[in-house]
Design a protein around this ligand. Structure first.
Ligand code: NIG
Ligand code: FE
Length: 417
């Protein structure tokens, strides 16, 4: 059955963004329609326009459409969270307290906590337990208006458990309303049992894991934690180049804790995105702009680790297409509230209210190769739509730390109201 959203104060269409991610001034063009309508036919957007315009061309659909009154509200594309570690076992609130008492994130990890601690919990958890936990997290994402989530593996760190994580993500994609896009991240940490034999683990990723990920079609992207004490730029390059041979698109956790030329590497190998970038160099930023590498910024991580925020303002001014995401994970960013993360980007990275909307919709969609399908309200795109209980889009961040969701539609179906 068709649906017709009417009377919205503002429809943030982000129209005109169907070829490539937005840069510079393009990030401020929201293409807002006042008092317009969105017509939905099954799982797709049939048209966006005034009621008069739609009555001319779509009278057959309008006659039988279920009407959704959005008077006084804002309608926008469903939010896209393009960087999460959705599937994992356990929680790490004790480490949070250790950090409040002065320990650093890398100290905790090098002492066997951090990613290693979650790897242990994830290895010990059964498939159903991981699935149920992640399913509940997806329910929460949906309540905040997030309709697509990227999910990285990387807490298995051996094939048996990496595969389990990826298969959980696959089952979530098949069973949950939220779309789950999979990234293989076997190179998230060197497992404890490979200490001192790091290159051996790199070889296992390249020769044993990557071929199986491709053969079993378990992921679209391949990510590496390129960081001092984790994977070197040389190891990262090898893993990402090998992934390309198997059709996996490279992504990089780059320049998160210490500058390590991860952003330069991302640009050089044609990664779709470099993510984190807290301490990316001027040169790295310049090269990303030149190569069109998307900068996925994760302000929740800087906030929660009390680290310097990525230079988002500078990156946009230099022409890097910017996306914003939660980095949802049990260590460095245990929140699913993308609207709160958007607020952090405004307050601490210098993004404007317009840029942050672009960064969490159409640009985030491009960061997971879905720019042609989601991230804007345009004819033919998926009917993934968020209706907000605010009078204009500026109020979404002005009334910060609140959940303004009124209704969420996914593939044309009402999933939250
Ligand atoms: O994106 N930096 C590496 N990976 C995650 C954190 C994972 C964890 O602490 O469990 C991140 O911040
Ligand atoms: Fe991450």
């Amino acid at each position: 059955m068709a649906k017709l959203i009417i009377n919205a104060n503002e429809i943030i269409t982000l129209k005109g963004s169907d070829k490539r991610p937005r840069t510079k001034e393009g990030m401020s063009e929201l293409a807002i329609l006042a008092n317009g309508c969105v017509l939905i036919d099954q799982d797709q957007i049939a048209a966006v326009g005034t009621l008069e315009e739609l009555q001319q061309d779509y009278s057959h659909l309008l006659e039988q459409a279920e009407v959704i009154d959005a008077a006084g509200k804002v309608v926008m594309p469903g939010l896209v969270d393009c960087h999460t570690h959705l599937v994992h076992g356990g929680t790490r609130e004790n480490e949070f307290n250790m950090r409040l008492n002065g320990a650093s994130y890398m100290e905790i990890m090098n002492a066997g906590g951090g990613i290693h601690s979650t790897a242990k919990s994830t290895r010990n958890a059964g498939f159903e337990e991981l699935y149920d936990k992640a399913y509940r997290h997806l329910n929460e994402f949906l309540k905040y208006g997030v309709t697509t989530v990227e999910a990285k593996s990387g807490y298995g760190l051996d094939w048996e458990h990496e595969k389990k994580q990826l298969e959980v993500a696959k089952k979530l994609q098949d069973t949950h309303a939220v779309d789950v896009i999979s990234t293989f991240m076997g190179a998230h940490a060197v497992p404890r049992e490979f200490k001192g034999r790091e290159d051996e683990f790199v070889d296992i990723i390249i020769h044993e894991m990557l071929p199986k990920v491709a053969e079993e079609k378990l992921a679209e992207f391949n990510d590496v934690f390129c960081e001092k004490g984790v994977f070197t730029p040389e190891q990262s390059r090898k893993i990402l180049e090998a992934g390309k041979q198997y059709g996996l698109t490279p992504k990089i956790h780059a320049d998160e804790i210490e500058p390590y030329e991860g952003s330069e590497l991302a640009a050089e190998i044609g990664a779709i995105s470099a993510e984190h970038l807290l301490v990316a160099s001027d040169e790295g930023i310049r090269r990303m702009a030149e190569a069109g590498t998307i900068g996925v910024l994760l302000p929740g991580t800087a906030f929660f680790l009390r680290a310097p925020f990525a230079r988002g303002r500078l990156m946009i001014d230099c022409g890097v297409p910017i996306a914003i995401s939660t980095d949802f994970n049990p260590g460095s960013s245990p929140t699913i509230s993308l609207p709160f993360i958007m607020n952090l980007a405004c307050m601490n990275m210098g993004l404007t209210l317009e840029e942050v909307l672009t960064a969490s919709t159409i640009n985030a969609a491009y960061a997971i190769n879905r720019g042609h399908l989601i991230g804007s309200l345009e004819t033919g795109k998926k009917a993934d739509i968020l209706i907000l209980n605010v009078a204009n889009y500026k109020q979404l961040q002005y009334h910060y730390g609140m959940n303004h969701t009124h209704m969420v539609l996914k593939n044309g179906e009402i999933v939250v109201k």
